[in-house]
Design a protein around this ligand. Structure first.
Ligand code: PEP
Ligand code: MN
Length: 257
């Protein structure tokens, strides 16, 4: 039952022309929580490219707590995201929620995100082992380090070792922040699995003002990158606007990192 493939030997993941993991410089992923329109994602892509982002994010299948909340644009959104990526030359990352969309997401995305809610979806983890793209595996919000390691091991065992882990906070007794960002997981997961690991301070804290200090802390403890939610106009965002930065706020942080 113990990990056999991800045994601590360094795994370097290739994203376009970049290598992630080991001694490689950190990768910067940014973009809106959700793709909302063609205009919105194009505007974000061009602004973020200019600021110096390496990968464009945008959700099109959204795992929303409320079934009445915006659920994402689906395949139409995937097309907008792909076009924005191609127009700027930025690789794209988006979440895959179910096996039914594996083929199409596999066709469009450069990196396939498995969200916090699906980290325990073992049939999905097995299935994506068959994809050739790198997988961004977010930590389950209630997952222990050991459970997270085993989720990665599922993907590796089923054929895909190109995994980037993402610490996005866990639920704790304290609800002051949206989640409790567990930065100790960064060096632990690097050592135990050998995989690169990035940090998502947006979902990790849910508080805009904490993104800068937590981003600095993440890089200080050795994170291989950061994923941050940035929206052209956070006050109008269809999801997670309260924790999203505008371009200028992101630029200031990016320049310091
Ligand atoms: C996301 O990054 O779009 C997301 C939904 O995050 P999480 O799965 O960590 O909640
Ligand atoms: Mn979000």
């Amino acid at each position: 039952t113990n990990k056999k493939i991800l045994n601590g030997e360094k795994v370097i993941v290739k994203i376009g022309s970049r290598n992630i993991g080991g001694t490689n410089p950190p990768i910067f992923i940014a973009g809106p929580c959700s793709v909302e329109s063609k205009e919105q994602i194009h505007e974000a892509a061009f602004a973020l490219k200019e600021i110096g982002v390496d990968v464009l994010r945008g959700g099109v299948f959204k795992p929303r707590t409320s079934p009445y909340a915006f659920q994402g644009l689906g395949i139409q959104g995937l097309e907008y995201l792909k076009e924005a990526g191609e127009a700027t030359g930025l690789p794209i990352v988006t979440e895959l929620m179910d096996e039914g969309h594996m083929e199409i997401v596999g066709e469009y995305a450069d990196i396939i995100q498995i969200g916090s809610r699906n980290m325990f979806n073992y049939s999905l983890l097995k299935a994506i082992g068959g994809l050739k793209q790198p997988i961004l595996l977010k930590r389950g919000m209630c997952a222990t380090i050991e459970e997270w390691m085993m989720a990665a091991e599922y993907i590796a065992l089923h054929g895909n070792k190109n995994i980037i882990l993402c610490e996005r906070g866990i639920r704790s007794y304290d609800t002051y922040t949206r989640n409790t960002l567990d930065l100790a997981a960064v060096p632990i997961m690097q050592k135990e699995t050998g995989l690169p690991i990035i940090v998502d301070p947006s979902h990790g804290t849910g508080i805009k003002e904490l993104i800068e200090p937590m981003s600095k802390a993440a890089l200080a403890c050795g994170a291989d990158g950061l994923m941050i939610e940035v929206h052209p106009d956070p006050s109008c965002a269809l999801s997670d606007g309260h924790q999203s930065l505008n371009f200028e706020e992101y630029r200031k942080i990016r320049e310091q990192l």
